[in-house]
Ligand binder design. Sequence first.
Ligand SMILES: [Zn+2]
Length: 292
Amino acid sequence: MIFVFTKKCTALLLALCLFFCLPATASALSFADMDGDGRILAADARLVLRAAVGLTPTTAEMRNAGDVNGDGNLNPDDARAVLRLAVGLGNKDDSGLRGMDGARLIGLTSNEYRIYEKDGSTYIDGILIANKTYSLPSTYDPGDLLPECKQAFNAMCDDAWYYDDINLYEVSGFRSYATQKRIYNNYVASDGKAEADTYSARPGHSEHQSGLALDVNSLKNAFAYTAEGKWLAANCHKYGFILRYPYGKSDKTGYIYEPWHIRYVGVERATKIYNSGLCLEEYYGITSQYNY
Ligand SMILES: [Zn+2]
């Protein structure tokens, strides 16, 4: 009798476990991983398609995980995108992420680049992204320009001076979260929030916090017409930098034209972006808009 009771109890416990555990597992579904097995495979694409056409009942978490184009619905386009991810497409270049443990796939850009999150920061094409949409956590603090950025900048300054009599120098490099907070709040106090948002980043959104961006020579538009400004625009990609906020791209970058602000992305990417004539946001297919 006791034996039977125990067996029943065990069965009941198991059923209860399954009942309560399954939704818990489902709530941990990550981007494009519809069945929660930790991988993005053709089976996930099939699930998205079946859900999109109403053949498979879905939970809110499944709809969230499967809506890879972020339009709020599950449709065949999502299934197609998941299938492309499953077969290794939609990652035009993830090479920079090799060896980056713990990076989590969180989305796909409109140009089909994978968006990764690690320690609260966002990476696309292997590079750190900081703009109005993607922020850096307050704890991200390299304390200075990162070595690769510093070395590339020094090499560029040396060559500019040696070969072309061009004198380039840093006027503003790394800025911590706390420093940016102080600067931004000062601008808001004097010009108002709406105006300040066009030229100063909110704390966590400044590229200067990344340690990969710096301002060169002069913070004036006239810098673009100087020999130094022209040299920088024409040559910085050869050293791995891009003009981050180019002329006529304010609606994409979220910032006014800044001929002095350069961002290190590596020579290969910088050259591709320079040749494309696109700003970083257009090149990768991302937005730069505050969502708060
Ligand atoms: Zn700057």
